[in-house]
Design a protein around this ligand. Structure first.
Ligand SMILES: [Zn+2]
Length: 214
């Protein structure tokens, strides 16, 4: 299921929830935003719409490390052969940069960047004493390292996600926002259940993948 499909379903659910709970325009956008984000969040366990910008950035970082290292090393070699004093720090640094460019997979760099966003949310939540934001940050920092369609695609994550949404609901005083977050997230799991690889709803208790063909 593509990110775009999840996004559209999530936005529709958010629109319906806004109509049911709170018909004001500003609130509608909030409900749609929360539901759409919830509908995309499960796929933070891999390259997704939410992390696509970071995927591009991680490619840049990898290329920069590789080519920057090669250029540094070339300069170091030139200095060495022209008989000038050599800085071990520069030589070591350039070799380290080349190794990072060669060994670190783009996916690992992207995951690290997503986790950095999560850590920032945790930091922000800690400063402003927003427990739900700390929880959201923990989810964002943790999700990219999980197997795709693993823990983020289970029944167990739903109450947790609802708890995060409920925290936001309390903070903004917008009744129904927690339920909207749950419905948005649930829509992702249901939509993935309709795909050939299905969803392991009860993982890791039951490793069976549930699928529904329409
Ligand atoms: Zn998914």
């Amino acid at each position: 299921m593509t990110g775009k499909t999840h996004l559209i379903i999530g936005a529709l659910i958010g629109g319906a929830a806004a109509a049911a709970y709170s018909p004001g325009l500003e609130d509608s956008l909030l409900f749609i935003g929360v539901s759409a984000f919830s509908a995309l969040a499960a796929d933070l366990d891999g390259p997704s719409m939410l992390s696509s910008k970071l995927t591009k950035l991680s490619r840049r970082i990898r290329e920069l490390a590789l080519w920057g290292g090669v250029i540094y090393l070339a300069i170091t070699a030139y200095l060495y052969f022209s008989g000038q004093p050599l800085s071990p720090l520069w030589a070591g640094g350039s070799i380290a940069a080349i190794l990072i460019g060669l060994v670190m997979k783009q996916g690992a760099i992207r995951n690290a960047l997503v986790s950095a966003v999560g850590l920032y949310l945790i930091y922000h939540g800690a400063i402003h004493e927003q427990v739900w934001l700390i929880g959201l940050g923990a989810f964002v920092a943790w999700a990219p390292w999980l197997k795709h369609r693993g823990m983020t695609h289970t029944l167990w994550i739903l109450p947790l996600w609802g708890w995060l949404g409920w925290g936001l609901e309390q903070e903004l005083g917008a009744p129904g926002l927690g339920m909207t977050a749950i419905l948005g997230y649930l829509s992702h799991l249901v939509a993935d259940t309709l795909t050939p690889s299905g969803v392991k709803w009860l993982y890791p208790l039951i490793k069976k993948s549930f699928k529904l063909r329409l």
